[in-house]
Ligand binder design. Structure first.
Ligand code: ZN
Length: 406
């Protein structure tokens, strides 16, 4: 088979053909011509057009590589007279109207950009960073317009930081399908509102049953306003994090109080206290028991933390709530200020915490995705603009479809 025939078949050309393949030291240039008098299509509505108005100057599209040399398609586009749209540039079966690369190449680039940084992807394909950014953003725009949108029942709202905790984004996941639904710039109520009003809209908000979030989140009011039927559930992982913060605060203040010599057994004790006891080695268990004998506030903090965790195992709402009440009373008597603070936080959010026994979902289901977002941010040394970072998050986490290759 001639290489021209091979390329024509590969490109799926019907109204066009490959006339010549020319080799330069950097590219293989594939010359494309119109095939006889076959009808061309309108670039806007894809309607077949009878009349060709004029021939424009040659244009080039980067394509995938063949062995070592990248292909370049060269063609003089026709302007056609479309019965619906008037005078338009014809439709190219190998590329989108304004693209300077073929759909096959842009999809290959987009797929690799899900695994590598944009910089790394650019290097792999001999493109510059900007071209990759353009390709990814176009792919995301296409994907958002064409993704499947089944009804959503259980969502998790979380935040991720950009540039070492300087700037925050809000991410919303479908916890049933474990897929990213939406990303918002910032974490304020104002910033999250478009999720309910624009992304979901009144009709889709209607099916929401459970909304999982942090107790500190600013969007509880939004839920009451836009999805009043949904149950707010304060996220288990966030609650445990606040609890662990309380333990850590007690440990630190004790460390400040102790003399140098007394401090020795407490060195590197942080993980000893935060780890689940059944995960400790024998050696660590021994150190923990010494610690426990030595210092009362730390011991109290440790046991309080362990006792709280039983809450997650109750199945009956009444028992769970009794346990929580009892725990909160003992924490208030503990004379540990960080725990009192934690209890006050719980008191203000009790209903959303007790929802756990009924729903038993948490943002832990999508922790992998949060980690993925962190790694996206790291591998690109923190995106400089929110726009690019948001595009990269959608691209990697929202399972968006890529443009169809014709
Ligand atoms: Zn048209």
């Amino acid at each position: 088979m001639l290489v021209e025939t091979f390329l024509r078949k590969q490109l799926g050309l019907k109204a066009h053909t490959v006339t010549k393949v020319e080799e330069t030291d950097r590219f293989m240039i594939v010359h494309i011509e119109r095939l006889g008098r076959r009808l061309l299509r309108c670039g806007v509505c894809r309607q077949r057009c009878r009349k060709v108005h004029s021939i424009r100057k040659p244009r080039e599209w980067r394509d995938l590589s063949m062995r070592k040399l990248p292909l370049k398609l060269r063609y003089r586009p026709r302007r056609v007279l479309c019965p619906r749209c008037g005078l338009r540039v014809e439709d190219f079966p190998w590329a989108d109207p304004w693209a300077r690369v073929t759909t096959a190449l842009s999809n290959a680039v987009a797929r690799l950009a899900r695994e590598l940084s944009w910089q790394g992807t650019a290097r792999q394909y001999g493109l510059n960073w900007k071209s990759v950014a353009t390709i990814v953003k176009r792919a995301v725009a296409y994907g958002l317009a064409h993704r499947v949108r089944p009804p959503v029942h259980v969502i998790g709202i979380d935040e991720v930081s950009r540039r070492k905790g300087q700037v925050y984004l809000t991410v919303v996941y479908d916890l049933e399908r474990r897929v990213l639904l939406w990303v918002g710039d910032d974490r304020t109520e104002e910033a999250v509102k478009p999720f309910f009003t624009r992304e979901m809209g009144a009709r889709r908000c209607h099916t929401l049953r459970v909304i999982c979030m942090d107790m500190w989140a600013a969007y509880a009011n939004l839920v009451k306003e836009h999805a009043p039927q949904a149950q707010i559930l304060f996220d288990r992982f966030h609650i445990v994090k606040h609890l662990n913060d309380a333990v850590e605060e007690v440990r630190r203040s004790e460390m400040r109080r102790l003399s140098q010599k007394e401090k020795v057994p407490f060195k590197r004790s942080r993980w000893l206290l935060l780890k689940n006891p059944w995960n400790l080695s024998d050696d660590q268990k021994e150190r923990l028991s010494t610690l426990v004998q030595w210092n009362m506030p730390i011991v109290r903090a440790y046991y309080l933390k362990e006792a709280f965790q039983l809450f997650w195992f109750y199945r009956q709402p009444k028992r769970a709530s009794d346990h929580l009440e009892k725990w909160m009373r003992s924490a208030m008597r503990s004379r540990l200020e960080p725990f009192k603070k934690f209890v006050r936080m719980l008191r203000g959010h009790l209903e959303g915490i007790l929802s756990w026994t009924k729903s038993r979902v948490s943002n832990g289901a999508v922790e992998g995705m949060n980690n993925k977002i962190k790694s996206i941010s790291h591998r690109s040394f923190g995106f400089r603009t929110a726009e690019n970072f948001i595009a990269a998050i959608y691209h990697c986490c929202a399972r968006l479809p890529l443009p169809v290759e014709r």
